[in-house]
Design a binder for this molecule. Structure first.
Ligand SMILES: [Zn+2]
Length: 186
């Protein structure tokens, strides 16, 4: 990705005016900030937050697959749920939690989210190549059953933050896919 491209994403994010038409707009914005941070550090551009029913932030995380060191499970949602379960070991109302993520969760994260009992998932940008959350009806039976317990929402794809989330995820996608193959096969 050129410096120019990255700078343009930075400017768009910085100039985005927080809209309080929806209370959780700031958390969608935060997901994009986290995603950009991840991208700038050489990771996949994905960020996620976990909020409770009062819109209070419990934990946040970004993708760290390549940096600081290679970790195949360090997707934003996996790190988010690791943090949550470590910091809130006896949390009682998981069905009241909403996980917001900048990109549609992959198969690994989708199943982790289902197993963790999160009540609702909102993703800003659909991932046609790697996303699983919109295809829960194609999961094996046990996982498909579990998916009946969760509400899955794709945020308005035309919204400025959804477009930004998409552009952040797409910015280095090809290079990062090649980097993964190089890492696991050399
Ligand atoms: Zn994932």
């Amino acid at each position: 990705m050129s410096t120019c491209q990255l700078e343009s994403i930075r400017v768009r994010l910085a100039s985005y005016s927080l809209s309080y038409q929806y209370n959780d707009d700031r958390w969608r914005f935060r997901c994009c900030e986290l995603a950009l941070e991840a991208l700038e550090q050489g990771n996949y551009g994905v960020g996620a937050v976990l909020i409770d029913k009062d819109q209070t932030l419990l934990v946040e995380a970004s993708n760290q697959v390549f940096s600081p060191q290679f970790s195949s499970s360090a997707h934003a949602e996996m790190r988010l749920l690791d943090k949550f379960e470590e910091e809130f070991p006896r949390y009682a109302c998981r069905d009241e939690l909403t996980l917001i993520t900048s990109l549609e969760p992959c198969p690994m994260c989708c199943c982790r989210i289902l197993a963790a009992g999160i009540g609702c998932v909102v993703y800003l940008s659909r991932d046609n190549d790697g996303g699983m959350m919109s295809r829960c009806n194609t999961l094996p039976a046990a996982w498909k059953n579990l998916s009946q317990l969760i509400v899955v929402k794709e945020f308005d794809p035309a919204h400025e933050l959804s477009v930004l989330a998409h552009d952040i995820a797409a910015a280095q996608q090809e290079a990062l896919r090649n980097k993964l193959i190089e890492t696991i096969r050399t």
